[in-house]
Write a protein that binds this ligand. Structure first.
Ligand SMILES: Cc1cc2nc3c(=O)[nH]c(=O)nc-3n(C[C@H](O)[C@H](O)[C@H](O)COP(=O)(O)OP(=O)(O)OC[C@H]3O[C@@H](n4cnc5c(N)ncnc54)[C@H](O)[C@@H]3O)c2cc1C
Length: 396
């Protein structure tokens, strides 16, 4: 069993470890330094101690993986609406669960969230762990990680899936660290072996290879999955599921931080994640003013404006519009790439679009390899012409 060892003879009570500990787990008592339950053996105090009085010893605890059963999905929600990725994860979890004889459970936590239970079941959960508590009203990863860690230790799921959203990317690693298990971030594909082993696939080395990652010795197997990579089945209002209401029995640990305000991302027009049509611009636009043309075409089509990283980095348009490996993953019905070369990192975020139309003056541009339709020529003449033709067709 791993533990933090304190050499009291060496300890000078300098207190440097106290401020180094991110979890406030250390304190000075009459007998010397003491370690509290919050310690997750992160090692920050060991690195900080100038006297070498602290050490972490022992092997990681052996886990009997056969004790861990089922797939869990974290239900992200805001303003009374469940995030789209939750349906995608529940659909995928249901597809996989049968291979190992598992059930699919969802964890729904927040304040006043009980109304969402039916929808979570309709979207694929066999069981919902409901934690409805006023102390969960604001999003504190620390509080949520403590709650989820306690639930995981009690119910032992084999796998726990999160959306690779801002929230999921912040919460899942905290939970994995507390549980001493692995986490594969930003998966694009999941599968389950009959043994319960989760096969997690994600791009690596700038998207040039796909890495397959397993977590054979620890549980739960944790993954975040990018929104819109997997397809969600439509909700089935006739599905039945069990509700395990934990609202009265759980202990909510207060966070050490206070959320003062939440400010919504200021993205103009339609959000690209939800758009059916995206008109995206790249360096071929020549400058920020080139986006006037893109916005105009997007407005005509009732679509949203996307962008490559090159133009976001140049400050031509803000980050919420960026599509790609380090931006958003989108899967609209129509994606129009204007002056975008088609680097692998850009393709990683849009290649699952139903119809891809590429406009580029270079006939050899890589974007044409995945385009459904390609228009070779200058943007400044093609885009206005395209817009005119669309308007004409609408009037007919
Ligand atoms: C770790 C990492 C992560 C990354 N993440 C992302 C990401 O999330 N998203 C992303 O997009 N990129 C990402 N990149 C950057 C990526 O590698 C490319 O540099 C970037 O996508 C290029 O943007 P672009 O296509 O707009 O520019 P360019 O590659 O410069 O392409 C411009 C294109 O416009 C065409 N063109 C020029 N003028 C005209 C004209 N008048 N008419 C028509 N066509 C014209 C050119 O022929 C060219 O094909 C990442 C890179 C790294 C290393």
């Amino acid at each position: 069993m791993r533990q933090l060892l304190i050499d009291h003879d060496r300890c000078t009570r300098c207190e440097m470890c106290l401020s180094a500990c991110p979890f406030g787990a250390l304190s000075l008592g009459e007998e010397g330094l003491e370690v509290g339950d919050q310690c997750n053996l992160c090692g920050a105090c060991v690195d900080e101690c100038p006297e070498g009085a602290l050490d972490i010893s022992g092997e990681r605890e052996e886990v009997d993986v056969s004790d861990w059963q089922g797939i869990w999905v974290f239900v992200e929600h805001s303003d009374g609406r469940i995030a789209g990725v939750v349906g995608e994860l529940l659909t995928e979890a249901q597809k996989m669960a049968g291979k190992a004889g598992y059930e699919v459970s969802a964890v729904l936590a927040g304040a006043g969230v009980a109304d969402l239970v039916d929808e979570v079941i309709a979207r694929g959960a066999d069981r919902v762990y409901l934690a409805d508590h006023e102390d969960l009203a604001s999003v504190h990863e620390e509080t949520y990680a403590g709650l989820l860690a306690a639930l995981v230790r009690r119910h032992r799921p084999a796998a726990f899936l999160f959306g690779a959203t801002v929230r999921g990317r912040s919460l899942a690693p905290r939970l994995a660290a507390r549980l001493g298990t692995g986490l594969t971030a930003d998966c694009t594909e999941l599968d389950l072996e009959s043994s319960g082993q989760l096969i997690q696939t994600r791009p690596a080395f700038g998207g040039n290879i796909m890495a397959t990652i397993v977590c054979p010795n620890h549980r739960p197997q944790m993954a975040t999955v990018r929104p819109r990579i997997l397809r969600a089945d439509p909700p089935d209002a006739g599905r039945e599921g069990e509700v395990v209401d934990l609202s009265d029995e759980m202990e909510v640990v207060a966070a050490r931080t206070v959320l003062l305000d939440a400010v919504r991302e200021d993205a103009e027009g339609v959000q690209i994640e939800d758009a059916d049509i995206i008109v995206a611009g790249g360096r071929g636009l020549g400058g920020p003013e080139g986006f006037d043309m893109i916005r105009d075409l997007a407005r005509t089509l009732g679509g949203a404006v996307g962008a490559s990283r090159a133009v976001v980095d140049s400050g031509w348009i803000p980050y919420p519009h960026q599509v790609g490996q380090t931006g958003k993953t989108v899967s609209p019905n129509v994606y129009i790439a204007c002056g975008i070369s088609g680097a692998v990192q850009h393709l990683a975020g849009m290649r699952s679009s139903d119809t891809i139309i590429a406009i580029n003056r270079n006939p050899e541009a890589p974007i044409f390899k995945i385009a459904t339709y390609g228009l070779v020529g200058d943007l400044s003449s093609i885009i206005p012409h395209l817009k005119e033709e669309i308007e004409k067709a609408r009037e007919e």
